[in-house]
Design a protein around this ligand. Sequence first.
Ligand SMILES: Nc1ncnc2c1ncn2[C@@H]1O[C@H](COP(=O)(O)OP(=O)(O)OP(=O)(O)O)[C@@H](O)[C@H]1O
Ligand SMILES: [Mg+2]
Length: 276
Amino acid sequence: MNKPEKLLEFQQVHYTYPGGQQSALNGVNLSIPAGKKCALIGKNGCGKTTLFLLANGLYKPHKGIISWQGKPLQYDRNFLMKLRQKIGLIFQNPEQQLVAATVEEDISYGLCNLGLPSAEIQQRVTQALNEFNLSELAQRPVHHLSLGQKKRVSLADVMVLKPELLLLDEPTAYLDRPQTRNLISVLQKIHSSGTTILMATHDLDFVCSWADWVFVMDQGQLILEGKPEDVFVQREILEAIQLGVPLIYEILSGEPVEMERIILEKFHQRLINLFS
Ligand SMILES: Nc1ncnc2c1ncn2[C@@H]1O[C@H](COP(=O)(O)OP(=O)(O)OP(=O)(O)O)[C@@H](O)[C@H]1O
Ligand SMILES: [Mg+2]
């Protein structure tokens, strides 16, 4: 079988914040395979958000190389503008994402910057408002919204641009259950239309039901990667970095390996059916 194409690649990437005592990224090697639904997991402070901020060129590595489709990133305005059309980043904190006065203006902001015809902008904004259940809030000032509503606007802002790679930093934070389900079904659609996704999250139960590739970070490095069923059976490593495993893997701990495989396969299938 052919190895999947690498969309975005980190090679020995180091980054330290100005005035920081320790490296936030400490020689990260990580390749995002095209077409996959990837999850990035690791405890607080391991470097997930920093990795995202480097991925779309907001920060520049102090050492190492980041490449998009095999070509190293450049940091001039022109290159970064084009890169950010291909890589959409949804911030952990929605307050950092919102720029315009009203919800509708905020969602149309990126499309206007692309210089698209106004009819297409209107059509895409209306679709995004519907998809994220924001139609009733379209004329609301963004600073009057709840955090969960702001999160939905920030998701709509980026999704409306149809990036090739979507980076989501804790996208389910602040969302209630119906909105989380809605987000998952929108992500499913986006993924089916060809977008690669990398999501940072602490929700391991969600990861094992959704992702088809998992990256595990610790102390600014990638320490493990693979299919969820191959990553989560490495209980000792995951316990050692205080990450733990999804509930289903905890329940199955100690069962014979064959039994574990059969139950996990059924479990994954159920969850996939639930969300599709
Ligand atoms: N603006 C900053 N200035 C200095 N240090 C920072 C800054 N932002 C993050 N750090 C440090 O860099 C390291 C990596 O932080 P980062 O935000 O990337 O972690 P994370 O994995 O996203 O954590 P979380 O799960 O809490 O979101 C941490 O040690 C953090 O304290
Ligand atoms: Mg973070």
